[in-house]
Design a protein around this ligand. Structure first.
Ligand code: NI
Length: 267
């Protein structure tokens, strides 16, 4: 067992994973076919590029506990632009019609890598927020070092809600998002010694708006930091959240899974 806290209670819901990533090529099926024994009951694989979307879709044909999302990551906005606005959005629409597709994402702004001109990132962020208004699907937001611009844009799309994935903003930003109807998702970063303001965000987030995720293969929690992440290791993030909120491990699993099912409209 890699999950040291699971004793047969409520399983974890990993709201954001990338099992389509090449770092899982050698042992993907071995890992996923035994993940339920590790206390993991639900996984959303985020298809966020031309390369990853069909792979995420394929995984959900194979594993009943897996769901997927579709969207263009800000670092892939230029590819979507090159393929053409109508063709790219129509491709997303066709995947959204699948019963296992639960959200549009991850979409947003990335000023850390800054691989794609910011105007193109913003344009595709807004096109996909409009797609959410058109289709009613929730969105998964990627915000890296772009808090001000992300908030400016989200304030203009009042009818859209969803998840701020691996949230890295301030407690005040989280408060505003919660008032606007958004959910806050914590990755393994919550367990890091240098997590800065994240524990304060976790103190303040209401129980019915908190989620957990791996973002695997990235962001493995302490004490596995630096290793390849997978959904079983999310137990450490759940345990850290349990400590902060004064809950048991099982209560965090149940509450975050119920929240995830609500936001992804699985109940
Ligand atoms: Ni991600």
């Amino acid at each position: 067992m890699k999950n040291p806290f699971f004793e047969g209670g409520y399983p974890l819901f990993d709201t954001h994973a990338h099992y389509d990533d090449a770092r899982f090529d050698a042992d993907r099926d071995e890992l996923l076919s035994s993940i339920e024994k590790e206390g993991v009951g639900f996984i959303v694989d985020v298809g966020c590029s031309f390369n990853s979307i069909p792979k995420a879709f394929e995984l959900t044909r194979k594993y009943g506990f897996m769901y997927f999302s579709v969207g263009f990551h800000p670092n892939d906005a230029a590819s979507a632009e090159d393929y053409g606005e109508k063709r790219s959005l129509d491709m997303l629409r066709s995947y959204l019609a699948d019963p296992k597709c639960v959200a549009i994402g991850e979409i947003g702004l990335d000023y850390h890598w800054d691989d794609v001109p910011r105007e193109i990132q913003k344009r595709w962020f807004e096109l996909q927020l409009q797609l959410s208004l058109e289709t009613g699907y929730p969105v998964i937001i990627h915000d890296r070092e772009a808090h001000g611009d992300v908030m400016d844009i989200l304030r203009r799309y009042k009818g859209v809600t969803g998840i701020l994935h691996s949230f890295s903003g301030s407690p005040e930003m989280a408060d505003e998002l919660i008032k606007m109807g958004w959910y806050i998702s914590f990755s393994g970063v919550l367990t890091f010694k240098n997590a800065a303001k994240l524990p304060e965000v976790a103190v303040r987030v209401p129980l019915d708006r908190m989620l957990i995720e791996t973002d695997c293969p990235y962001l493995a929690p302490h004490p596995k930091r630096g290793e390849r992440n997978d959904s079983s290791l999310m137990a450490y993030t759940a345990m850290r959240l349990a400590e902060i909120k004064g809950l048991s491990y099982d209560e965090v699993c149940r509450i975050t899974a119920e929240n995830a099912k609500r936001v992804y409209r699985l109940i």
